[in-house]
Design a protein around this ligand. Structure first.
Ligand SMILES: [Zn+2]
Ligand SMILES: [Zn+2]
Length: 409
């Protein structure tokens, strides 16, 4: 009996171990386990995308999105009135004065915005500030006053907390000078745009462009914008000059200039255009504007512009890049097309309205984006005479045209 029981127990034990082994095979073997786990993020058909807004009902407006007035402590000779009068004189359509919030303990509302000179009869004024923190800088853009203090109070908190406050305030947040000193050290999921062209010195922006392409390639529909980050104005008298006053002659309002295609002439429409990416950047207010369009159904009519997102059909798309505005009559421009972060091709453009066209078929499944840069002869900016030399040969750049980007990303 005793022996028999022992044998039975041994058999049961063996069976138990076999069951354990088989179960283990199914749960621990990565190959078998993979086949049972569904990846919710796998590339799949994007479904129906929202319709594309009108390409004609709207207005092109140019502006400045990063500038410091005398409410920023390290600026000089740059009153709000001086900045706004200058912006008007060069035909700017909008401006956001973005003073450092840390200089006024986050109280932008009782400093920049209540300045008696904070008004304009022709330039749309955005409400904003530069969130200036130990983890980097970001600009806020808003069509109406918002409680900046709330954002300032959480500047050192986790990104999830900052994201909550940002949503609560209903503001557009934008990463400033993303590489180098005071680089943007927060998650890019917090921002609607990125400063890909900071100040007149174009050559310093290579890393910002690299970060932008990385964010775009990873599915983030992120608008690229410019900002002079100018701090210094013209001294009213020679004795008011500072060691930095010379900067005024090369870097001021509009170096570079950000263009938006807004649905109407209103501050809210400017912010919406920035969020949607119907935006291009030019070296100065007089340089030609880069416009980038696509005809997706081969009927010869353009259906999308930069910032727009459509479902790829697998068929070829006809793209068009054009330069609008004054330029040197014999000017020859080089248009570089970037596809998904890599160089797609270069094209030469010249004539009265320089234009190039190219064709490509965005893949039917998964994301594709195209954006362009335009290099060539500079356009003089008499009010900021030193700008053309420092800027180099960058004329302007577009935002991407997107295919299969998930609007709910
Ligand atoms: Zn900054
Ligand atoms: Zn700044």
């Amino acid at each position: 009996m005793f022996k028999n029981n022992c044998t039975k127990n041994a058999v049961r034990r063996k069976l138990f171990y076999i069951i354990l082994l088989v179960a283990g095979l199914f749960t621990c073997n990565p190959v078998l386990a993979q086949s049972t786990i569904k990846n919710p993020w796998a590339v799949k058909d994007i479904g129906t995308l929202p319709p594309i807004s009108s390409l004609t009902k709207g207005i092109w407006l140019k502006g400045e999105l990063h500038i410091h007035s005398s409410h920023s402590k390290e600026s000089s000779n740059n009153s709000v009135g001086k900045i706004l009068a200058f912006a008007k004189s060069v035909g700017m359509g909008f401006i956001c004065i973005t003073d450092h919030d840390n200089h006024v303990d986050g109280d932008i509302a009782h400093n920049t915005w209540t300045d008696s000179e904070f008004k304009s009869d022709s330039v749309l004024l955005l409400y904003g500030a530069e969130l200036t923190t130990t983890r980097g800088h970001a600009n806020v853009f808003s069509a109406k006053p918002y409680n900046h203090q709330l954002l300032y109070n959480v500047r050192d908190q986790r990104d999830t907390v900052i994201g909550r406050i940002k949503r609560q305030l209903g503001i557009h947040l934008s990463a400033n000078h993303p590489s180098g000193k005071d680089n943007f050290g927060y998650s890019y999921d917090l921002v609607n745009s990125i400063e890909v062209w900071n100040s007149v010195v174009w050559s310093r922006n290579a890393n910002a462009i690299m970060i932008w392409d990385d964010m775009l390639s990873s599915g983030r529909k992120l608008t690229g914008r410019g900002g002079s980050d100018a701090h210094h104005g013209t001294p009213d008298s020679p004795d008011k000059a500072t060691a930095n006053s010379g900067q005024r002659n090369a870097n001021y309002v509009g170096t570079p200039t950000t263009w938006v295609f807004a649905k109407e002439r209103s501050s809210q429409a400017v912010v919406d255009a920035l969020t949607n990416g119907r935006v291009s950047i030019s070296s100065n207010p007089y340089a030609p504007r880069v416009e980038f369009y696509a005809d997706i159904n081969d009927d010869g009519k353009m259906d999308m512009m930069m910032g727009d997102n459509a479902k790829a059909t697998g068929k070829p798309v006809n793209f068009r890049v054009q330069l609008t505005g004054e330029h040197i009559p014999e000017g020859k421009f080089t248009v570089t097309v970037i596809k998904d972060g890599g160089k797609f091709g270069t094209f030469e453009a010249s004539g009265e309205m320089p234009m190039i066209q190219f064709t490509d078929a965005p893949k039917i499944l998964g994301r594709t984006y195209y954006r362009v840069t335009v290099e060539g002869p500079g356009t003089p900016y008499p009010q900021v005479p030193g700008a053309m030399t420092v800027n180099g040969n960058m004329v302007g750049l577009s935002n991407p045209i997107y295919f299969n980007f998930d609007p709910n990303f």
